[in-house]
Every structure is written in structure tokens, then in C-alpha cells.
Design a binder for this molecule. Sequence first.
Ligand code: IPD
Ligand code: CA
Ligand code: CA
Ligand code: CA
Length: 266
Amino acid sequence: MVSHSGLITVMERAVRKAAPRLRRDFGEVQNLQVSRKGPADFVSMADKQAEETIVEELRKARPDWGMLLEEGGEIAGDPSKPRWIVDPLDGTSNFLHGIPHFAISIAVDDPIGGITHGMVYQPLTDEGFWAEKGRGAWVQGNRLRVSSRRDLADSLVATGIPFLGHGDFVQWSRIFGAVAPEVAGIRRFGSAALDLAWVAAGRYDAFWESGLKPWDVAAGWLLVKEAGGFVTDFRGTDRAVEKGEVLAANDQLHSRLHKLVANALR
Ligand code: IPD
Ligand code: CA
Ligand code: CA
Ligand code: CA
């Protein structure tokens, strides 16, 4: 077991401060105020309040850092310092439907080192997946490793499916048509941050989705990398976080899936 760095402690403090209210709101979801940001893009008071709490904690610890927040947008900070990237509630649709699968995602984006720290925290199970560049990925004191399966035929693959007003249906269908017949199963659980954390934990063997934002991807991207996995965009380049386009797996499966995806998108 490795000890936390100071920044992981800061992130942990922030998620633990926001979690009790998320748990309470989840139990009384019918009373929550909900509005739309797009045709099927919902935001509730729970998203906003969690973000406020997290921002307050992060700001207390690093007052001069900027932030990229799903709900609050960009907050400028000292450009020579890192910034926080925060999704206060990843899986809002699940949350609003009473489906117990959602998470908080926080990452540190350093102007030189890129994403150096990440945490994906599941309030209902109290699981905090964290990673630090060069120091591995961890949950509850246990080191995370991506799965070691080598054959697509044995693999359980997660994805995110486009929905009303969001995403590229044709692209997704082509990839699905190429991948589904080759693998043991496909899952769509509805939290991209957890999808990546679960690839890091070896629960899923692989994950693909496009149309994502940096706050969905940044922390999970580092978790997968530090768990020994590969994360690229669909072309195989290292731009998954900026493009919001993700193909994540262990090295063997990544290269197999990448071939299928490349053929499907030709
Ligand atoms: C969403 C979830 C979902 C993904 C969507 C995201 P949100 O984030 O990660 O799995 O398919 O594209 O927008 O809005 O629940 O934070
Ligand atoms: Ca959202
Ligand atoms: Ca999200
Ligand atoms: Ca969100």
C-alpha cells in the first residue's frame, strides 16, 4: 500500500464533504429541482450543491489554482499553477431515476505534467479510486491493475450510447456493429468516470465512448494508465481527454479493439 500525497488528501476531503448530501438527495430524488441544459441533458440541485461544496474545499487548499467545472465553467487561476477539473456528479440521469450508479470525478491538470492526480469516488459504496502519476492507481489500499484477458471472446466491454441531442449515432452504431459480435458482453451503465475506473480495476476489460468532456474523462484516464492500461482516442493517439473520445483497455485488447474501430470508421 502506498501513502497518499497531499493532493489526494485534498481531493478525498472534498468528495467526503460532498457525499453525505448526495446520499441524502438520492434518497429523496422526487423533491429535487431539475432543469435542462440540452434536450436530454439534465442538471439538478444535487449537481450544483455538490459542486459548490467541492469547489469550496479545493479552494481552501489551493486558493490560486484555476478550475474547470462541469456546472460552473472555467474559473481562471494562476496560469503557472495546475487547475482542478471537476464533475460533481457523473451519472446524473441514473441519479435522477433512482439508479445507484454515479460518482464524483476530480483531476489535477498541471501546465507541464498534464493530468497528474485523479479521483473517482462512488458515494453509495464509499469506494474512492485514486491515481497519482508514477505512483499507481489504488482503491481502499489495494493496487489497481487492468484485466489480463487477451481474447475479445472473453471480454466484457463497456460503452456510452448517444442519446437525444448528444453524440454521433452513426459512428457509435458502426463501432457497436463491429465490436458486439466479437466480445462476451457489452454494458452501458451511465457514468463514464466509473466506466474508466472499472477498467482500471479490471472489472470491465475495455470501454469506448465519444462526445465526452474533460471532466468525464480526466481522472479515469489517469486511473487506467496507472493501472497499466492504454487509453487513446479512436485513431489511437494520446488525445483522449481533449477530444472526449476514449478507447481504454489492456494493451492486447486495446490493439485488437483499435483495429475493429479503425475498420468500422473507414
Ligand atoms: C454523462 C455520463 C454518461 C455519458 C454522458 C455524460 P453527466 O455525464 O458520463 O455516462 O454517456 O456522455 O455526459 O452529465 O451525468 O455528468
Ligand atoms: Ca451533466
Ligand atoms: Ca459527466
Ligand atoms: Ca455531471
